[in-house]
Design a protein. Structure first.
Length: 295
């Protein structure tokens, strides 16, 4: 193996020897362990020319303070992997060569329990003080917080797909939600569901006036003759969408309930009016009967 100083030791397995700071290939491959000032370096190379001088490729390093580095010579943490793939038991893998996996067990609650990083910074973080998980943010305020790239409809912040990659659930940058097979939220709406909805209760709070205005003196109640004429001409009640309009545009649940109540209140006024007319007719008939009795 040649000579070496007390601070520098080499163990070579058939591949190279060390002399005066130089490594010389013995064969076309080299594997060895180098000790230097308390650091232990594990090296391996292939494709060497016998007799040539070379710098061995560091594969694994143990520093003099017990830190382990894979792919680098001076690890800064207890375990550091550079430019490689890290596999955890069970087969989980960080496939990007630049990906970094950080576990911090520091006593301070400000430390991260876990971080996944790329060249742009932290992409996933588990916050040490709360256990909150952040995706795209280093300061998650909830058990799971996802920070998107923008605040418009064009950005998809959260997606659930089926096995064929069809989008079944989407949360977009403007807060709108899509549920169902490849559903798009129409402009001006916040929720689109491609299917039936079942619920024990739905509370719709309208910004428009509730139809109690029907009972105000200023309300223009159509006569029954006008209503009859409108039905004969249009085929539906006044101020109510037609079947064609509903088929093309659907209905707004709150607005339609308000329209139905408007018609019920109008019907109530018609009934009251008819009763008043009948009461007058009955009183008139009673008067005529009394006159006939007295003759």
């Amino acid at each position: 193996m040649g000579s070496h100083s007390a601070n520098y030791g080499v163990i070579s397995q058939g591949g190279h020897y060390y002399s005066s700071g130089n490594f010389t290939a013995v064969s076309n491959y080299s594997t060895g362990i180098v000790q230097n000032n308390g650091y232990i370096h594990f090296n391996s190379d292939a494709g060497l020319t016998p007799g040539s001088t070379f710098n061995p490729t560091e594969r694994l390093t143990i520093s003099n303070n017990g830190r382990v580095g894979i792919g680098l010579t001076n690890p800064s943490t207890s375990l550091e992997v550079q430019n490689g793939t890290l596999k955890v038991s069970g087969g989980s893998s960080l496939s990007q060569e630049t990906a970094r996996f950080v576990v911090d067990t520091g006593a301070s609650t400000a430390h991260s329990l876990m971080e996944l990083r790329n060249d742009d910074g932290v992409v996933l973080k588990v916050k040490g003080s709360s256990g909150n998980v952040g995706i795209g943010t280093t300061t998650p305020d909830a058990r799971l917080q996802i920070k998107g790239q923008g605040n418009s409809y064009a950005y998809e912040h959260f997606i659930i797909t089926d096995q064929y990659n069809n989008k079944d659930f989407v949360v977009r940058g403007n807060g709108s939600v899509e549920i169902g097979y490849d559903i798009d939220v129409p402009s001006g709406y916040m929720l689109a569901v491609g299917g039936k909805i079942i619920s024990e209760e739905i509370n719709v709070q309208l910004k428009a006036n509730w139809p109690d205005y029907v009972f105000t003196p200023s309300y223009n109640l159509l006569s029954l003759e006008d209503v009859k004429q409108h039905i004969e001409e249009k085929g539906h009640l006044p101020n109510v969408p037609s079947a064609t309009e509903v088929e093309e545009n659907g209905i707004e649940l709150g607005a339609m309930n308000a329209k139905l109540l408007e018609k019920i209140e109008e019907l109530t006024l018609y009934v009251i009016g008819l009763k008043q007319e009948k009461d007058l007719e009955i009183e008139s008939l009673k008067s005529e009967i009394e006159i006939l009795k007295n003759k």
